[in-house]
Design a protein around this ligand. Structure first.
Ligand SMILES: [Zn+2]
Length: 55
């Protein structure tokens, strides 16, 4: 397993996995807050459209 922030190898059994450290975990949360992960939420828009089809 590789830390998505700094690309260092991480033991998957580590409680911090997939991050190598608390620092990288916090950096990832920061990326969330700044919108870097917005792409992963796009498919949800299709689900909302389907819900609007009910009569
Ligand atoms: Zn890291």
């Amino acid at each position: 397993m590789i830390c998505p922030i700094c690309k260092k190898p991480v033991d998957p059994a580590d409680k911090l996995a997939p991050f190598c450290s608390d620092r990288c975990k916090l950096l990832d949360l920061g990326a969330w807050a700044s919108g870097d992960y917005i792409i992963s939420t796009e498919p949800l828009f299709d689900l909302e459209k389907d819900q609007g089809n009910g009569e």
